[in-house]
Structure formats: C-alpha cells, structure tokens
Design a protein around this ligand. Sequence first.
Ligand SMILES: [Zn+2]
Length: 230
Amino acid sequence: MLFVAGLAAVPGGKTSVRVADGFDLPVGKPNGEGYYMSRGFLSYHPGEDWNGVRGGNSDLGDPVYAIGNGYVTFAHDARMGWGNVVIVRHAYVENGKLETVDSMYAHLDRIMVRKGQQVLRGQQIGTIGTNRGMYTAHLHYEVRKNLFIGINRSSFARNLTNYHRPGQFIAQRRKLPGGGRTAPIPINTYKTDGEGFVFPESAAKKKDSKAPSAARTERFRVNRFGDMGD
Ligand SMILES: [Zn+2]
C-alpha cells in the first residue's frame, strides 16, 4: 500500500521551488562567453543549439548550467535523437505575477542532477555531449511556456504559444524580483514513459477506450518515434 501510494507516477501534485532571481545562458556562464549559437529558434526547431568557439568536438564535456533556480522534473536518457535530457521547472515573478517555465537541456554527455532535486541559477547540471556520436558536440536547449511538453515534443505545436525564444527569454529577464522566496509549482504534468513506466493517464485511456494497446502504443511512440531531438 505504502509503496503504491508513493509511486512517482501519481499524477498531479505540487512542490515548492526557490523563485528565480533572473536567468543566465546555460553555457559559458553567465553570458555565454566562449560559445556561439549555431542554430536558432525555427518553426521546426523550437530551441537553440550552442557550440564552443573552438569548433568541432572541442566543447565535449564542457559544463552545462541551470539557467535559473528551479526544480528538476526530468533527468534521464530519453534515447533516440535526444539522448540524456534534463528538464528544470522554474517559477519567477513578472509584473507582480508568478509565472512558470521549463528549461530543457539535451544531448548531454553526463547528467549531474536527479529528478526531484532543487537547483540554483548557474549550478552545473551536466556536460555537453554528442548523443552517442549522432551529432558534433553541442547543447540543444529550450524554454517552454507549456509545462505539459516534457519529452513528448511531437504532440505540441512548435511555436510561441508553447515556447519562448530561449535567448530572448533570458536577455529580457537577467535580473528579477522575488529571489529568496519560494513558490508552489505543479509537478507530474507530462508523461515520462521514457523512464520505463506508463504514466497513469495512458493507463486510464487504455481502460476507458477499450483499446488494450493504447498505453503500449503511447510508450512505443515516445521511445521509438518521438522527437528526433535536434
Ligand atoms: Zn537543436
């Protein structure tokens, strides 16, 4: 009973997080020194790629930092085009209102945080990688308005309804009020099938739709035909 009740897969819930006092670039902190953006935010690429100025794989193993204070909602190998992914959920205050975003970091060579961990602005969360040699080493990162995306990017429109332009988001929020406070954030807002379990929402669908393969199909899609994670 206790074990079942404690499963991380229970949907919904809240936790508290230290409010972000501003945001920095995730490489060459705080201003991206020594790195350049090799690919920007495009209709099919809702994030930015960052490379070291020395070229090639010279940035392999370089540190990747949390862009702001936050809470780790995903720290796992999402496979396929993504590889090792970390997602951090942030709360920040803007115009007197509490806002939330997810920052997502992909193709990491190493993951240095755990799901459920609180991280601080500028804290190292991993290192730049190649996703098992699939790419020249670089960091792909995203800033999402929509907290339901998680690693299921193909289910959501790749536009400014769901995403921020990462560089612009950070540039406009280098210093914010509210630092030092904590705020509630929602958790368990997206499916994490890639971690090896079926999210209850999928199980519920299966039960309701009389389609016994629904949950399995969902998991298969995420793992095999999900985003290529460019
Ligand atoms: Zn990319």
